[in-house]
Design a protein around this ligand. Structure first.
Ligand code: SAH
Length: 255
């Protein structure tokens, strides 16, 4: 019996084995990388089967769907490597001491939330390999000055180098999603410190993009304190024009 695909859980099962292999092989084989690997949403185990074969990693999977969990337990030797639950509510430090990597064909409906959660643990997560909606992949990898450059682009690029691995068409899945997909790899860059307050940086980025069509002078109004000098030409720009470094410099003005 196969798992019945549930839309609400973003279930589109990858059926193309060669793509599955490419994804698993994209997880760097390097003794300097942490052995602990978390797979988010194994589903029917198309990635899991290859991950379990890798001797350089210790795998743990988290799957929210009871039917998938039952399927995995009957088809794979996965006992002890599988938890039933919601990744977004998972306290990862309870299962992994120390650093870990993340892999998965993410449920597209919550991929942004997954990235925000990974960012909370960025100093423990040196590598992420994931399939996401191509549009989101493009946005994440985008450079400043484009319409799709946004909050996640800035926040992820601040801490990760982002590589495009492969584009994947709907036909590689069952059932096929309505959108195109892409696999990306994120590797933690060498940045240890932004040079400004991190919480404030996030707040500035989010507020700036919340009203992305406005100039920063207007978009950032909720953060601008009375008497603050906003005559600098940077305030004439829109959020999408600013690089990570520009946002750092901007944040310092609010400190
Ligand atoms: N890895 C499989 C399935 C991808 S579909 C494959 O490539 O074929 C996304 C998977 O994530 C589904 O199995 C879905 O049940 C699971 N999922 C959805 N939301 C989740 C959550 N919050 N936590 C953990 N798993 C989740």
């Amino acid at each position: 019996m196969e798992v019945r695909a549930k839309k609400a859980l973003g279930q589109h099962f990858l059926t193309d084995q060669s793509i599955a292999r490419t994804i698993v092989d994209s997880l760097t084989c390097d003794p300097a990388m942490p052995k602990q690997v978390l797979e988010i949403g194994p589903g029917m185990g198309v990635l899991t089967q290859y991950l379990l074969q890798r001797e350089d990693i210790d795998l743990m999977c988290i799957e929210i769907d009871t039917e998938s969990v039952e399927y995995l337990l009957t088809h794979f030797n996965i006992h002890g490597h599988l938890m039933e639950g919601d990744y977004l509510r998972l306290n990862v430090s309870k299962i992994f001491g120390g650093d870990y990597r993340v892999i998965g064909n993410f449920p597209y409906n919550i991929s942004s939330q997954i990235f925000f959660k990974i960012l909370e643990d960025k100093d423990k997560v040196p590598e992420v390999v994931c399939m996401i909606q191509k549009e989101v992949a493009d946005r994440i990898a985008e450079k400043p000055g484009t319409k799709t450059y946004g909050i996640l682009s800035v926040l992820l690029q601040a801490w990760y180098d982002i590589e495009y691995v492969i584009a994947v068409g709907p036909g590689a899945f069952c059932p096929p999603p309505k959108v195109k997909s892409a696999v990306i790899r994120l590797r933690r860059n060498s940045r240890t410190d932004l040079g400004c307050d991190e919480k404030l940086f996030k707040q500035v980025v989010k507020t700036a993009f919340n009203q992305r069509r406005k100039t920063l002078r207007n978009a950032l109004k909720p953060l601008i304190k009375e008497g603050m000098d906003t005559t600098d030409p940077v305030f004439d720009l829109r959020a999408e024009r600013l690089s990570v470094e520009d946002f750092v410099a901007l944040t310092k003005r609010f400190e």
